[in-house]
Design a protein around this ligand. Structure first.
Ligand SMILES: [Zn+2]
Length: 426
């Protein structure tokens, strides 16, 4: 079937391509649709002097992959017009381009945009297979749109800067560093760095354009010395470095978890089977909730706390630390409260917080900086959940470029590539 059925007229507007007229539509034996078009734009400006040229034949025919139609591959064929310049001394010729394709491309721009959209939440290999394009072509398009490294022009302001480590593969001792930003509720990925060395982080911080680096409002990080020293050495002293409260909470909760498991072991031996069984609802609450409880839960916990004053004391202290965080203290007050808490624990019989207290003393400034504007890196946790999904799909992080691209497209892809094609009304 070489000709379209009688009466089948394809309106040019439907193609979403401007300044063209359709000459013919052909369904090939292989099942793809080939649409021959011609440019309706008369003007060809000289590539050298940008003055109008005189028509001078046509270039060779281009075949460009376009958006699929009726489940079939679509190709646009166009013979570009050429013009010769009478103004320039050497009379150069110029081949006309329209705004929906560039000369060296094999695809129309709407199709490239469509491929980028397909890449959101999917791997490069999957999209290449589904669309029947080579991974090389896909990589060229990705390179063109700069989605596998940061494009500083796209970042208006950094706002909060987050630095976080991620294991490349679960249980393995090799890491990458994820650098992210959050401004006005919008999360962006800035870098995926190999390892977590100070020099690597410093090099990245240096690569941030000066103007943008100065506008960072705060840096949120894990309690990692490499990150801390890199930020201290490379960023202005006016930018507060904040240790995320949830990372701190994780540490004191880890301390009570250890105490709880050793105490429960002790009680299991000490108590009769029946008495220990009666503690099950209380244990369930301890396992499922952090240290703040309702009146009803407190009642259920009472017998357990009676058997183990150590658990009771530790949970109370943990709760007090959480309360310091929850109360809207000024930085100075918060610092006093934390120091009082440390004194109280050190004077008490509770010993499970010894390591935690050492950490608090070491990062006291950064922990207290939280109280300046109550910034957390919760958003980084949100990004980390995406990271987990990607890691599972790809069996770990092997290619940092592809990894950046996946996170970038997950976070910003829809904003950039999901623009509906305008429909022109007659
Ligand atoms: Zn010219």
């Amino acid at each position: 079937m070489d000709k379209p059925p009688d009466g089948f007229v394809l309106p040019a507007e439907l193609l979403g391509l401007s300044e063209i007229e359709i000459i013919s539509v052909k369904l090939t034996r292989a099942g793809s649709i080939h649409i021959l078009v011609k440019s309706t734009r008369e003007e060809i400006l000289c590539q050298k002097c940008h003055k109008p040229t005189t028509p001078h034949g046509s270039g060779h025919q281009l075949k460009l992959r376009h958006l699929p139609m009726f489940g079939r591959e679509v190709y646009i064929e166009i013979q570009s017009r050429r013009g010769i310049c009478k103004s320039c001394d050497d009379h150069p010729t110029t081949t006309q381009t329209l705004d929906w394709f560039s000369h060296n491309s094999h695809n129309t721009k709407p199709y490239e945009n469509y491929l980028m959209l397909q890449l959101i939440g999917s791997t490069q290999t999957d999209v290449a297979r589904k669309e029947g394009v080579t991974e090389e072509i896909l990589q060229t398009i990705i390179d063109h749109y700069q989605v596998d490294k940061v494009n500083w022009k796209r970042i208006k302001r950094i706002g909060l800067l987050g630095i976080d480590e991620i294991a490349k593969l679960k249980g393995h001792d090799s890491y990458i560093t994820l650098v992210t930003s959050r401004y006005q509720g919008v999360n962006k990925i800035l870098a995926v760095l190999e390892g977590k060395e100070k020099a690597t982080i410093k090099a990245f911080l240096s690569s941030i354009p000066d103007k943008k680096r100065k506008m960072i409002t705060a840096v949120c990080l894990d309690m990692c010395d490499n990150y801390l020293y890199a930020a201290q050495e490379k960023l202005s002293i006016d930018i507060p470095i904040v240790v995320d409260r949830f990372h701190v909470a994780k540490l004191y909760r880890k301390a009570i978890t250890q105490l709880r498991s050793s105490e429960l072991k002790r009680l299991k031996i000490l108590l009769s089977e029946e008495d220990y069984k009666a503690l099950k609802p209380a244990i369930k609450i301890l396992l499922s909730k952090n240290e703040c409880y309702s009146a009803e839960e407190k009642e259920i916990l009472r017998p357990l706390f009676k058997y183990s004053p150590a658990i009771k004391a530790a949970y109370r202290l943990a709760r007090e630390f959480t309360h310091i965080y929850n109360a809207h203290h000024k930085r100075k007050t918060a610092q006093q409260k934390i120091e009082q808490w440390i004194e109280k624990v050190e004077a008490s019989e509770t010993s499970c917080f010894t390591t935690f207290i050492k950490t608090v003393k070491k990062y006291e400034n950064q922990i207290c900086n939280y109280f300046i504007r109550r910034e957390t890196s919760r958003w980084v946790e949100g990004i980390n959940n995406k990271v987990k999904v990607i890691k599972r799909q790809c069996y770990g992080i092997t290619n940092l470029k592809h990894f950046f691209q996946r996170i970038f497209l997950d976070l910003q892809g829809y904003d950039i590539f999901l623009n509906k094609q305008p429909v022109r009304e007659n």
